[in-house]
Design a protein around this ligand. Structure first.
Ligand code: SF4
Length: 457
């Protein structure tokens, strides 16, 4: 089946609540009992693999104002907290580095939020120097930041480049002024275009634009114009996410209840339109919702089977352990997941008292490790080499996953996977529904968890 056959009806058929698989097991499975001592053990165990590179993440949870669709951990009007928060980040970074001993090489660093460019230039320098003082960044490290094209300044972008940032991601969401006004996120086409051009001139690579479909007042005409405008800006990567309207969990979304939102068929039509328009414009699809220009390293890594995935999404760097710093930040080290407390004040209180700010976590079982490997291969390479599996885990794939292979027969009949003696392959149609296919291998997916996840489409 070709991409042109991916219709709204097909998307609707497979749309269900499901994880994005930035981790396996997914966050709802992590437990509060995982504490500071468990984190210390995990970091000390990770220190044993001195030559294996790390990925570092810093969370900056501050924003000037709240976008109505936001589902992030954000603090507003918190300028008074920033200096204290930065001091705590410095402390947490130094403490983690001490536990990691000689394991210091970082090949990937990402600042997310919130809006990391809420920090001014001297604050950004301070945080960056805390990271480079604790870790040794490899010369080809991927150093990325998320930002808002409407608020980031030329001075900040120049500062970031000077520090060594080389990737940047912009939250654009939609360029239709009516939609922007509804979701409290105003940024003109001209502004966005100028910032992207400037980043390109400054030497940023892998420039990414995030879009959201399913927002209030979105209609085919305005969305179509947004897609065309964004394509004409030629970002290296475009990610298209589905809006999750969850006013019970995010009460600031409640005012959007009063505005018309695309219904399910309209929403699928918006996605199908965007997908086809991007493919026609020469972008390569990476899974369901990511697209990259053919020369971009994500597209090249996909072709080589060298794509990786972590909490920040797809990446070309292979750093099996990730250390996260800041409120709500997640670490994945030594087969453990660890999440920090979400409240920025509580995070600072803990760090200042010399307590690791752990909220919850999980130590993976052998079965978790095996399933995580399979799900990552599916998400990143869209194929699983069964002989490689056997060499790695000493188990026969078809025997270990007898039930799952049975369940996959349905997807085989649908033309989404093919199975031969040595390989499970995902077809180009199956790649669009990759989350559904991965769910077959998820041992935790129970009915009660389904409400925790966004929908697969
Ligand atoms: S900029 Fe991002 S994190 Fe901040 S309020 Fe808007 S959506 Fe949320």
């Amino acid at each position: 089946m070709t991409d042109t056959q991916i219709t709204a009806a097909l998307l609707m058929k497979y749309d269900r609540p499901g994880p994005r698989y930035t981790s396996y097991p997914t966050v709802p499975e992590w437990r509060d009992e995982f504490d500071a001592a468990a984190r210390e053990d995990a970091l000390s165990a990770a220190a044993q693999h001195a030559s294996v590179p790390l990925s570092a993440y810093a969370h900056i949870p501050f924003c000037k104002s709240r976008c109505a669709y936001c589902g992030c951990n954000v603090f507003l009007n918190a300028a008074g907290l920033v200096e204290r928060y930065l001091s705590c980040l410095q402390q947490e970074i130094a403490q983690a580095a001490a536990l990691l001993g000689v394991r210091r090489t970082v090949t990937q660093c990402h600042w997310g939020g919130g809006t990391p460019t809420f920090l001014d230039e001297s604050q950004m320098e301070r945080l960056f120097h805390a990271l480079t003082a604790a870790f040794s960044f490899s010369p080809d490290a991927e150093i990325a930041i998320e930002t808002n094209p409407a608020s980031v300044s030329e001075k900040q972008l120049r500062c970031l480049r000077r520090l060594g940032f080389n990737r940047i991601s912009f939250g654009v969401q939609d360029l239709d002024p009516a939609v922007q006004q509804a979701v409290c996120r105003n940024q003109t086409d001209t502004q966005t275009r100028a910032v992207i051009d400037l980043c390109r001139a400054l030497g940023f690579r892998g420039i990414n634009v995030d879009l959201i479909y399913g927002l209030p007042l979105q209609q085919e005409r305005g969305w179509s114009a947004t897609i065309d405008q964004v394509i004409s800006m030629r970002p290296d990567r475009i990610a298209i996410y589905s809006y999750a309207h969850l006013p019970q969990r995010f009460p600031h979304q409640a005012p959007l209840d009063g505005l018309p939102r695309p219904d399910a068929p309209q929403k699928y039509a918006l996605f199908a339109l965007a997908r086809q328009r991007l493919l026609d414009a020469g972008y390569h699809a990476i899974g369901m919702d990511h697209f990259a220009l053919p020369g971009d390293e994500l597209a090249l890594a996909l072709t080589r089977g060298a794509l990786n995935r972590n909490f920040m999404g797809y990446t070309v760097q292979h750093a099996p352990d990730q250390v996260g710093f800041g409120a709500s930040a997640i670490s994945e080290v030594a087969d453990c997941y660890i999440q920090n407390v979400k409240d920025a004040g509580a995070y600072c209180d803990a760090v200042e008292q010399g307590i690791a700010p752990v909220e919850r976590g999980m130590r993976l079982t052998r079965d978790d490790v095996i399933r995580r490997w399979v799900i990552r291969r599916l998400m990143c390479a869209f194929t699983v080499d069964m002989k490689h599996f056997q060499q790695k885990f000493g188990a026969v794939f078809n025997t270990y996953f007898a039930q799952e292979m049975d369940a996959l027969k349905y997807y085989e009949q649908e033309g989404m996977v093919t199975v031969d003696a040595d390989r499970l392959n995902v077809t180009s149609l199956g790649a669009v529904f990759i989350r559904n296919i991965c769910m077959v291998f998820d041992a935790y997916l129970k009915e009660q968890n389904k409400g925790m996840f966004s929908r697969t489409i």
